[in-house]
Design a protein around this ligand. Sequence first.
Ligand SMILES: O=C(O)CCC(=O)C(=O)O
Length: 281
Amino acid sequence: MKFRLNKQAFSRDGYCVVKNLLNENEVAYYDNKIKKLANGEQFNLGGIYNAKEISDIVANKKLLTVLKELLGPEIFFLHDSTIMHKTEPKNIENWHRDNPCRRFGIGPDWDKNLPYDVLRVGIYLQPYDEAKSCINVIPGSHKKRYTFREILRFFHKKCFSKFNEKSKLGFLKRFFTSLIGKNIVTDRGDCVIFNANLWHTPTETSGWKRAIHFSYGRNNKHSKHFVNYYLKHRTDITKDGHIIDDDFIKLLQKEKIYYPLPKEKIEIPGVNREPPKNYIN
Ligand SMILES: O=C(O)CCC(=O)C(=O)O
């Protein structure tokens, strides 16, 4: 099956949508497995290797074909992954980046000579009619520090960050959210691929949201830092790489998408938001 990709728009905006990446049978399979794993609870499982019945999704042939179109013939799975079974509250808007160096221009992720190319993949399993779930992105924010939307995001954060689910003026916050970012509607089987350094946020849902997120990159320093960040700095999300299941590693090796697990934690300038003293990019 051939998916239509606009590579020029992907490079400019930092995201693309692959409608119906998974067919009905695949959606039903993964959806049921996640429902069973979650057992009716809110659930955000870090480490897809913890869920053997669904971990093969990272080697889905159609997905790998699309990713190779975007990144080139040699791609690697970068070891962070989350399985989601949750509802998102009202006023959830919390734009963030997923790369290690989140402040624009600070740290090796922003090296002008090697454009950032770690990609996040979100695969959604719930019908939009049921969950009303979107991912909201700020197009172009992976490349530009200041855009009109970015300035609005700054004011949004200053004015609305204290608004919680019960705030009477929450509608104002939601109105501004729709001005700032682009709401991408997600339906059963859809896949959204975005640069890990693109501002994005989930939006509120009206029902259970089931989704799987993980990342890919090329063999370069961005992938090296990303893997090290998630396995050695963010052990709150992923457990230390040493416990990754052997069968999962064999699957990655068979598909030639295995990125070596790091032995040591490395320092990544800019990773803690503040630039280190005397840092020059
Ligand atoms: O896909 C979504 O709805 C949001 C995912 C997200 O925020 C993330 O992966 O960091």
